[in-house]
Design a protein around this ligand. Sequence first.
Ligand SMILES: Nc1ncnc2c1ncn2[C@@H]1O[C@H](COP(=O)(O)OP(=O)(O)O)[C@@H](O)[C@H]1O
Ligand SMILES: [Mg+2]
Length: 225
Amino acid sequence: MFGNMKGGIGKSTATLLSATALSQAPFNKKVIVLDLDRQGSLSELRELDKDDTNNFSYDVRACSVEDFYSSLDELDTKYDLIFLDTGGKLDNNLPFDKQEITPILLNTDVLFVPFVAGNFGTDATLKYLEYAFKIKTLKKSKGHDLDIIGFVNMYIKNRKEDNQLNNYLNEIASDTGLKFLVNRLGFYSAYRGADTIKSLYKKDPSTTQERNLKLWINELNKNLE
Ligand SMILES: Nc1ncnc2c1ncn2[C@@H]1O[C@H](COP(=O)(O)OP(=O)(O)O)[C@@H](O)[C@H]1O
Ligand SMILES: [Mg+2]
């Protein structure tokens, strides 16, 4: 799943780009997106897309954390990839039975954490990371693991803020051991109008945006294998 405490950092967009790409050629994986965000953005988008087609390359299901828990076994046998789209707010201060992020992370294999330049002044992302590493330790003590991988979203080449982010991420990497995707997801208007039908992944890219997305998706996919 794509997780971060901050809103508007690209969790849902990254989910959308990955689910459309990986469910279609050349990947052809069986994919479902579970929309655990109360604001339900991706499931709403899918509803809108039903005006155009009913022939989707992957499923989208709005669900609660309870639904997620109870359907995990069924989903695991039916799908190659289960993407979780959450609101992301850290709720580990609540009693355990009211928490959502903890049970979700306990049942997640890979957590991708988006970083956006100019957005790291607050330490929301660091707090989230610290918490995710705690869950990783907890899972390891039980013989499981949680892969935590950072990546840069909305990257604009040669922009001052992106160069600063780069230095900052090098520090985070050496302080926490966090792995990062080498490829960054660029800032492209095409991603704003993306739907749940069409993949923007091109096997033979001809524009910078297409090349950028291909590299990013390929690297993401490697980290899911
Ligand atoms: N790489 C990107 N390039 C351009 N726009 C982006 C990119 N990533 C996200 N956005 C836009 O930023 C806004 C917030 O992204 P969203 O994926 O909804 O964030 P989150 O799910 O983390 O709240 C949306 O309008 C989305 O279209
Ligand atoms: Mg979202």
